[in-house]
Ligand binder design. Sequence first.
Ligand code: FA5
Length: 359
Amino acid sequence: MTPEALEAVRVQLFGKKGELARFQAVLRSLPPEARPAFGQALNAARSALEAAYGERKAALEAAALEARLAAEAIDVTLPGEPLAPGARHPLSLIIEEIEEIFVSMGYRVAEGPDVEWDRYNFEMLNIPKDHPAREMQDSFYLTEEMLLRTHTSPVQVREMLKMGGKTPLKIICPGNVYRRDTDDATHSHMFTQVEGLVVGEGVRMSDLKGTLETFARRLFGEGTKIRLRPSYFPFTEPSAEVDVTCHACGGAGCRVCKGTGWLEVLGAGMVHPKVLEAGGYDPERVSGFAFGLGVERIAMIKFGVDDIRQFYLNDARVLRPFAADLAGPPLATAEAGVPAGGRTAPEETGAGPAASGLE
Ligand code: FA5
């Protein structure tokens, strides 16, 4: 029997004009003495019919469910859909490369908190409360005394204090930093820096220059040169902005470097005596150099990305091809439209020759 046939039976028996309704009318027309016997028989018949109808309805529903379950059965033993393998984020790859270069020069990798005290982020770096340099990094404060660090430089003092005046101290520190900067192609309100710090007896500016030259050649290639331009940071004296020769034109001048032949990558200088003192060192006895580089800027130069926001899109199709450049063997990809292991076409990602004059 089909559900439709059962429904027809229901209407025929229990409907307003059905068999039972007809017997009900007969009951009403009987003489009073005949009604009880007829009524009882009618009720018994109704109960029996309702029970039979209910049973058949339940059986039909159970059969329909069985049929649906059989039709929709999932074979859990089938192999899954292949997924494209992941890749490490290009910024992580650059940080790792930077770490490897400095570790091979005897540096240790240190860490510091993203949520920092005002005194480490500013005061102990010779930036008192009313110093105009604070404005340039106008910041995300959590309380009056606590903020999201605006650079990785507070790790300088933290690491100095851990040393208890001992030398040599040679660290780098990668990490996120936060500024109330307006986001554009070369600026982000959250970005990544790698801090470097060396403290010891007789550490000179020429040591800083030699270290950065070695670093730049290892990161960007043998022919790379650096130049130091005078600059100002409250926590270094003297201070410099450091440029590297443009990797795209080798220094001749091109679109990437806006014809200058140079690309700016970091700030550096000799550690200010007041910072050495804050870190528990005697500036008469020891000296030091420090530098802070912008990881995104380096990644933009290395990967030829012209918009910093590409790094924060969390779009695997954008990130994977850049990662493949550094990761060596091509990464297999199952996604259509993305060349395996190659760079995605600039029109797809917005990637293109890097902008220069990044500040
Ligand atoms: C500093 O943050 C200093 N702490 C660096 C330093 C360390 C100097 C030790 C001396 C000694 P500056 O604000 O210039 O400096 O930032 C350093 C680098 O971070 C810049 O060269 C740039 O590469 C990068 N940078 C700065 N602002 C942004 C931003 N909004 N988005 C992305 N990268 C940025």
